[in-house]
Write a protein of this length. Structure first.
Ligand SMILES: Cc1cc2nc3c(=O)[nH]c(=O)nc-3n(C[C@H](O)[C@H](O)[C@H](O)COP(=O)(O)OP(=O)(O)OC[C@H]3O[C@@H](n4cnc5c(N)ncnc54)[C@H](O)[C@@H]3O)c2cc1C
Length: 491
C-alpha cells in the first residue's frame, strides 16, 4: 500500500542507496514496492534465518545430505519464489525486477549466505524460462510456482550449465567453442534424448523443474548449445549426490544425472542452437549483478558481527576505542558502499532494459486473452511452434538491443567480481583484527568468510568476469547477438 513515510527499514534502504532515494522523488510507488520486499526479507531473517543459520551450517558439515525445508516453506510467506516471475502472472517482478531481486538477496544474505543462496538459486532457475519468452510454459510452470507459493508449498527450480569437464568453458563463447562437453542432447522423433551429467547445481536436489543447457552435437558445442526445460519426474533423470561444501552449506550443490531422458520438442526454450546467447549470456547479464548483491549481503553481515565484537570489553578495553579499529571500520564501510553502488548501477540499467519489454502493451495484451484460451493445447502448440516462438521473440527483441544487453553483461561482471573481492577483503581483515578468540561473533565472521569465498567462483569465476569486462570494454571482441526471430540459423 502507498505510504508517505518509509518504515525504519525503508529509511535504512534509502540512506544506504541514495540513488533509490533520488528515484523515489519521481516514482514513490515503485521504490516503496522494493522497500516492502526488503522489509519482508528482514522479517524472514529475524524469524527464520538468523535463529538457525549457525546451527544449520554446522549440521550440514556433518550431514551434507540434510536439507532444512522450513527455510523454504517459510520463504513462501514473503513471496520469495516469485521474485523473478512477471507481475502479469501473479509474480513479484515489476518495473524494478532486477533491483528488487538484488536488494532482496543482499538482505537475505546479510543473515546467512547459504539460506540466501538456496532462495536466490531458484530465481536463477526461473530466469531462462522468463528470458527466452517460453510463454507456453509460463501458464503451467510459473503459474504453479506462484499458486503453490500462496499455499505455502515451495516449487523449486534450478539452473544447470556446469559439467564435470566444463565449468568456465560453458560461460563464454570463445571457450565453449573448444570445450570438452560431456553431455549431449540427441535429436529423436518428437524431441531429444539427454545423456550425461551436470555438477555443482545449487538447489538441484530439491528442484522440481530444471533449466538445462546441452549440445545437440558435442563436436560443435557453440553452434548447437540449447536450453531445455527438464522435469524431475522424467524417466532416466536422477540427482545421485550432493557436495560437502566449505560455505553456503544451507544450499545443496547437487550432481544431476541424465540417462536417456526424453525431453519433448515443446521443452526447448528459445531455439535449438541459441543456448549461448539466449540461454547463458542474457541470463548472466541479468544475474551476475545480484551475485554481487549476495557478496555484499555476506560482507554486511560480517561487518555487523565484527562491529558488535569491537564494542565488547576485552582485557578492560574495547577494541572500538582504538584508532586502527576505527579506520578499519571506515574502510569496511567504503567496501560495502562501493559494492552496493556497483550492483545497483547494474540492476537499474537492467530494469530499464527489461521494463521496455515487460511493461509494453504488446506484451501485456497477451494476458488479456481468456485464461482458458491461454492454457489450451492449441495455443500452447502455436507458442511452441517455430512461428509462435518467433513472434514472441520479435516482441522481446524489439526492446532488447544487442549493444544494451552487452553493456549490461559488462556491468554485471564488473559488479560481480568487485563485490566478491570486496567481501573477501572486508571479512579477511575482520578475522585478522579479531585474532583467535572464542567469541560468538568470531564464529559468525568465520562462517561469512567461507560463504563469501564461493561468490568468487560461481556465475563465472572472478578471472572469467575480468576477461568479460576486458573483452567488452577494451578489446571489443565480446558482443551478445540476441537471437533474431524469423531468421533460422542466425544466433
Ligand atoms: C557454491 C557453488 C554453486 C554453484 N551453483 C551452480 C549452479 O547452480 N548451476 C551451475 O550450472 N553451476 C553452478 N556452479 C558451478 C560454477 O559456475 C563453476 O564452479 C564455475 O563456473 C567454475 O568452473 P569450474 O569449477 O569447473 O572451474 P574451472 O573452469 O576448472 O576453473 C578453475 C580455475 O581456472 C581458471 N580458468 C579456467 N579457464 C580459464 C581461462 N580460459 N582463462 C583464465 N582462467 C581460467 C578459473 O578462473 C579458475 O580459477 C556452482 C559452483 C559453486 C562453487
Amino acid at each position: 500500500m502507498f505510504r508517505k513515510e518509509p518504515s525504519e527499514i525503508g529509511k535504512r534502504v534509502l540512506k544506504d542507496s541514495p540513488i533509490l532515494a533520488a528515484l523515489r522523488e519521481h516514482d514513490r510507488e515503485g521504490i516503496d514496492g522494493i522497500i516492502r520486499l526488503v522489509e519482508g526479507c528482514d522479517e524472514y531473517n529475524r524469524r527464520v534465518a538468523l535463529p538457525r543459520a549457525l546451527e544449520l551450517d554446522q549440521r550440514m558439515e556433518r550431514e551434507p545430505e540434510y536439507f532444512d525445508w522450513v527455510i523454504m516453506r517459510e520463504a513462501c510467506r514473503y513471496r520469495i519464489f516469485s521474485l523473478a516471475i512477471p507481475e502479469s502472472l501473479g509474480g513479484m517482478a515489476g518495473k524494478y525486477m532486477v533491483t528488487g531481486m538484488a536488494l532482496a538477496v543482499e538482505e537475505l544474505c546479510s543473515a546467512c549466505g547459504g539460506i540466501g543462496l538456496a532462495l536466490a538459486a531458484h530465481s536463477l532457475g526461473v530466469s531462462p524460462l522468463v528470458a527466452s519468452g517460453a510463454m507456453a510454459h509460463w501458464e503451467t510452470v510459473l503459474r504453479e510456482i506462484v499458486e503453490e507459493e500462496k499455499k505455502g508449498n515451495p516449487v523449486v527450480m534450478a539452473y544447470a550449465i556446469t559439467e564435470p569437464s566444463a565449468g568456465t568453458d560453458v560461460e563464454e563463447p570463445e571457450f565453449l567453442q573448444v570445450a570438452k562437453i560431456g553431455m549431449e542432447a540427441k535429436k529423436v522423433n518428437g524431441g531429444y534424448l539427454l545423456n550425461g551429467r551436470k555438477c555443482f547445481i545449487s538447489g538441484g536436489s530439491e528442484a522440481k523443474y530444471f533449466t538445462v543447457t546441452a549440445a545437440t552435437d558435442r563436436r560443435r558445442p557453440l553452434e548447437t548449445w540449447t536450453t531445455f526445460l527438464v522435469e524431475r519426474e522424467m524417466p532416466g533423470f536422477s540427482t545421485p549426490r550432493v557436495e560437502l561444501k566449505m560455505g553456503q552449506r544451507a544450499c545443496h550443490a547437487a550432481e544431476l544425472n541424465f540417462e536417456d531422458v526424453f525431453v519433448p520438442q515443446s521443452h526447448v526454450l528459445g531455439f535449438e542452437g541459441d543456448g549461448m546467447a539466449n540461454g547463458i549470456l542474457i541470463i548472466m547479464a541479468a544475474s551476475r549483478g545480484p551475485v554481487g548483491a549476495i557478496a555484499t549481503g555476506i560482507a554486511r553481515g560480517a561487518y555487523q558481527h565484527f562491529l558488535s565484537w569491537t564494542k565488547t570489553v576485552r582485557g578492560g578495553k574495547r577494541p572500538i576505542d582504538q584508532e586502527r579499529i576505527q579506520m578499519a571500520l571506515a574502510d569496511m564501510q567504503a567496501l560495502i558502499q562501493e559494492s552496493r553502488g556497483l550492483y545497483l548501477a547494474h540492476s537499474l540499467c537492467g530494469d530499464a532494459l527489461f521494463r521496455r519489454a515487460f511493461t509494453h502493451p504488446l506484451f501485456k495484451s497477451a494476458f488479456l486473452l481468456p485464461r482458458k484460451l491461454r492454457t489450451s493445447r492449441a495455443y500452447s502448440a502455436f507458442l511452441n511452434s517455430y512461428y509462435g516462438k518467433s513472434m514472441v521473440n520479435a516482441i522481446f527483441r524489439r526492446f532488447i538491443r544487442d549493444e544494451d544487453i552487452t553493456d549490461m553483461l559488462s556491468k554485471a561482471s564488473l559488479a560481480k567480481f568487485t563485490c566478491a573481492d570486496n567481501s573477501m577483503e572486508l571479512i579477511s581483515r575482520a578475522l585478522e583484527l579479531m585474532g583467535v578468540n572464542d567469541s560468538p561473533e568470531r564464529l559468525w565472521v568465520e562462517k561469512c568468510y567461507r560463504d563469501a569465498k564461493l561468490t568468487q567462483i560461481y556465475e563465472g569465476t572472478n578471472q572469467l568476469n575480468r576477461l568479460v569486462v576486458y573483452n567488452v570494454e577494451i578489446a571489443g571482441t565480446l558482443k551478445i547477438e540476441v537471437p533474431r526471430p524469423f531468421k533460422r540459423g542466425v544466433r
